[in-house]
Every structure is written in C-alpha cells, then in structure tokens.
Design a protein around this ligand. Structure first.
Ligand code: NFE
Ligand code: MG
Length: 521
C-alpha cells in the first residue's frame, strides 16, 4: 500500500492537491484538497449590488464572462427584470468565445501534455520553421538525457511532466500535436478579441450588466467579432477534433478510467429571456436517466471543509466563515449536493444531458465519435469522454455563432433598465465552461447582505459530504491503475480531464503539511 500525495496538481488553474491510497496497483481511496482560501463572497457584503458584475469576475481570469453573466442574471432576478433579446444574444456571443478560449487552453496547454511527448521535438527533421524554432528552444532550455528530461529552466512551458514510458510514441503525431499547441495560443488570442469586441476587454469584460450588456451591436462591432469565426472553426474541426481522436486512439483504456455517472447542467446559452430554453439542455442525469432540474434541492455541506459555517444550507442562507484548524476538515472547498447527491458538472454533463434529452446535433456528434471507436454509450462516462465532450461543444458552439449574430437587432438597445429595490433575493444560473455556476444574492437597504457563488470546480472537486460520501473527482479516481506510485500520471490524467479551477472553487494560505509516503510534483 502506498499513500501518494500529488501536490500540487500542476497545469490546472489554482492550487489543488490530490491524495490517493494505492493498493494492489490501483487507487483504493482519494481525497481532493483545495489548498487556498480567498474569501471573495465576504468581500461583496455591504457593497452596492451593481458591484457584483465587476467584482465576481475577479474570482477568475479564465471564466470571468460566466461570473459576469451569473451575477447579471442574479441581479435581474432580485430586481424583478429580464434581459432583452439583444442583451441575451450578446452575452451568449461573449460566453461562446470565452468557451472556445477555455476549451483550447484546457486541451492543448494543460491536458495534452499528459499524452504528448515533447522530447519528440528533438527527433524532428522537417522544415516547418515554427517547429524548428521550438526545437532549438527545447535544445537550449531543456536538457534531455537518454530520452528523459534531466533539468529545466524556470518558465519552461511544457514542464513539469512525469518522466517515463507514458506518452504517444509516434514522432509525427507528437510533432503535429505540438504544432497544435503553438497554433492554439494564437487561436486563444483571437477568441479573446471576440470577447473584447462586445465586452470592451478580455478577460474581465466591463460591459456585462443587469438587463443585458452596455455595448450596442453596431455593424463595426459585429464585423470585428465575425472576422475570427472562420479560422477558429477550421482549427476546431480539423485540428483540435483530430488531436482528441488521436489521443483517444492511443489511450483507449481511458474510455474506462475515471468514470462518474451522475450529472447536472443548468442549460448552456439562453435561447429565450425566461431562463427556460437552452442550446444545450438543463437537467440532472443519473446514468442514462434524465430528470428536470429543481434549484431548491441545492445545498452546500461543510463537514469536511475548513468552515465553521452551518452545513447543508441553501445558498441564500450560505455562509463563508473560515476555520483553518477545523478538526477532520481537509480542504477549503465546500461540498455542493443536489438532493444530497454529488454531481459532476461540465462539458460531459452538458453533453450527456443534451444527448439524453434528444438534442439532435449532440446525438449526431456523440454517435459519430462512438462509431469511430466502435464503442457504446458507456464509453462516454470516462476520462476520454470529458475530452471528447469539450471538443464536441467547441464544434457546435463555433457553428452556432453566425446564426446568433443574425438574430441581433443591429444598432438596437442592448439592455433593459431597472431600479435597485430596498430588499430582494435573486439567483443567477449559467453554464461556465467548467460547468454549472450559480450566484445567489440577498439585498437589504439597497446593499448586498449576502452573496454566495456555487461554482463548477466546487461541484466536482469538492470533498466528502456530511454523510461521508466522496465528491465526484474522489469517486472517479477509485480503481485507477497506478503503474508507478512515484509517477502517478494516471491519477493526474483523471483529475485534469475535469479541468479543475481552484481559483473559482475557493473564493490565507496554509503552511506545509506532511501526509503520506511520497510527495510528487
Ligand atoms: Ni476559474 Fe470557473 C469555470 C467558474 S470553475 S474557471 O469555467 O465558474 O469553478
Ligand atoms: Mg462559494
């Protein structure tokens, strides 16, 4: 038996450790440990409700648009108003571009390096100048001895990585994926420009407000946004999708590893102003059974979180009272529960729920991929299922953008107006790229009396609930084969497939602690 602490989990956003108990070469138990407390929810209290639009976006630089939209919808619900059509569509367009940015970071710049061998660069003999520049850079910055990276300089972007016989062997496939890594940097920049075309800047857009957005959809704005769509679409359909397929072909075991089968989605991209009709469907799925969503079943539990706050509270009553030395607690994340059940959120949740709800485009894409791998639907509930779901989403989203642009009323009003009431309660639900994101506000004397964000990474990386039942990532790790406890890459692959963002999940840094037999960075 070996207790393995992966601390930190690198190539994610924020500070996460995973402790696993390995028995007979497999993960027998797991603990997901969020290492930072930031106290954002407490910062909002006592402020003007309108500050929420800007302050909540500072929770994270990767998904600020979803926080901006969740806070806008939360205020609308407290103020008793709805967005207008232009406002809703412009929000969708901003969120859509932010999704492309986020999914490309995740695959190329965070997760792909679990599969792609960057030392293949040293064997490259082709004529692509970008690849040769990269090769020269790796040769000068990274010392490789007998195929293993021997040392590195600070800031080397492909590192750290586990050294071993873990990666794609075919040199051409590796080189192609590394070229994708470089190209994806440019694609991300273009997606950012699309967000900025509407939101004024990216990340942290200034144009998201209750009632809609501040930017009137002028022809110039639309032209600026539109000009990047074609190139992104080509990259997603011809490069990103193929790299996901190449990884899946080489690492087919991961259709069975990292499985979790209960899901939640609030519904992605509002297709009406009533929060009822979505591009990807709202719902809760237990395996292949999908149910309607009911927000009153949401609670956050803190038995194992470092909080003295009451446990199992609905977010309007939620508290964020830190208790760093709390006995038995092992993380700064709370444990969200739906009807007392832990649920996975994110691209796989959205794709599964949409598939089960009869979404034709999702069905076509999922069935198309399953056919390539001669697999049935059970393969979807897996590490590779998460990567495939992200690529499917990116493909469907980039294809929908031109249609949404055509629905805009050019030069029309971008928002509805409102008055801040003396008192009110509101809820704003949105799908962030990592999954279901909810904001809840209580307004008193025209000020924020309470503000709670229940975010995607808290859903999937949260700890055991009050009943001791493990969170989704903890459960998904169980049974993962670990070939070498000193290089637990298999566990890292499972965790990274969820795309954790601990900056979002814990809204005082702890001192060092010693747990377990091996510390592996
Ligand atoms: Ni910091 Fe976030 C997303 C949100 S994840 S990235 O997507 O909301 O908890
Ligand atoms: Mg919270």
């Amino acid at each position: 038996m070996a207790k393995v602490l992966i601390d930190p989990i690198t190539r994610i956003e924020g500070h996460l450790s995973i402790e696993i108990d390995v028995q007979n070469g497999k993960v027998a138990d797991a603990w997901s440990i969020g290492d930072m407390f930031r106290g954002f929810e407490r910062i909002f209290v006592g402020r003007n409700p309108l500050d929420a639009n800007q302050l909540t976006q500072r929770i994270c630089g990767v998904c600020p648009i979803s926080h901006g939209i969740a806070s806008s919808k939360c205020l609308e619900s407290a103020f008793g108003i709805k967005p207008n059509d232009n406002g809703r569509i412009l929000r969708n367009l901003m969120l859509a571009a932010n999704y492309l940015h986020s999914h490309l970071i995740h695959f190329y710049h965070l997760a792909a390096l679990d599969y792609v061998d960057i030392t293949a660069l040293l064997k490259y003999t082709g004529g692509d100048s970008k690849i040769n520049n990269l090769k020269a850079w790796v040769e000068s910055e990274v010392k490789v001895k007998k195929g293993r990276i021997d040392s590195l300089t600070a800031g080397a972007p492909f590192l750290p990585r586990y050294e071993g016989n873990f990666y794609i062997k075919d040199v051409d496939t590796n080189i192609d994926a590394i070229a994708g890594y470089v190209k994806a940097l440019e694609m991300r920049m273009k997606a950012h420009k699309m967000v900025a075309a509407i939101g004024g800047r990216s990340p942290h857009a200034i144009g998201l407000v209750a009632g809609g957005v501040t930017q009137v959809p002028t022809r110039a704005m639309i032209r600026e946004y539109k000009k990047y769509i074609g190139e992104l679409e080509k990259f997603i359909n011809n490069v990103y999708m193929n790299h996901v397929i190449a990884v899946a072909k080489t690492f087919g075991d991961y259709f069975k590893i990292g499985s979790f089968t209960n899901f939640l989605s609030y519904g992605l991209f509002d297709l009406d102003n009533e929060d009822k009709k979505f591009f990807l469907q709202r719902g809760v799925a237990y395996g292949t059974k999908v149910e309607p969503f009911d927000h009153t079943k949401i609670r956050e539990q803190v038995r194992f979180g470092r909080y003295s706050s009451g446990s199992n509270l609905y977010p309007h009553d939620g508290q964020t009272q830190a208790q760093p030395g709390k006995g038995g607690a092992y993380t700064w994340l709370k444990a969200p529960r739906y009807d007392n059940i832990p649920l996975e959120v994110g691209p796989l949740a959205r794709v599964v729920i949409s598939y089960l709800s009869g979404n034709e485009s999702v069905k076509r894409e999922v069935d198309g991929l399953l056919k390539i791998f001669n697999a049935d639907i059970s393969a979807v509930f897996s590490t590779l299922g998460r990567h495939a779901a992200r690529a499917i989403e990116a493909k469907l989203i980039v294809a929908a953008m031109p249609e949404w642009i055509d629905e805009l009323e050019v030069n029309g009003k971008p928002r509805n107006t409102f008055e801040i009431p003396n008192e009110g309660k509101g809820m704003g639900l949105v799908e962030a790229s990592r999954g279901a994101l909810g904001h809840w506000i209580v307004v008193k004397d025209k000020k924020i009396a309470n503000y709670q964000a229940v975010v995607p990474t808290t859903w999937f990386c949260g700890p055991r609930g009050d009943d001791g039942v493990k969170g989704p990532v903890e459960q998904a790790l169980i049974g993962t084969p670990i070939s070498d406890p000193k290089n637990p890459i298999e566990a890292a692959r499972v965790v990274r497939s969820f795309d954790p963002c601990i900056a979002c999940a814990v809204h005082v840094v702890e001192g060092d602690k010693e747990i377990g037999t091996f510390r592996v960075c």
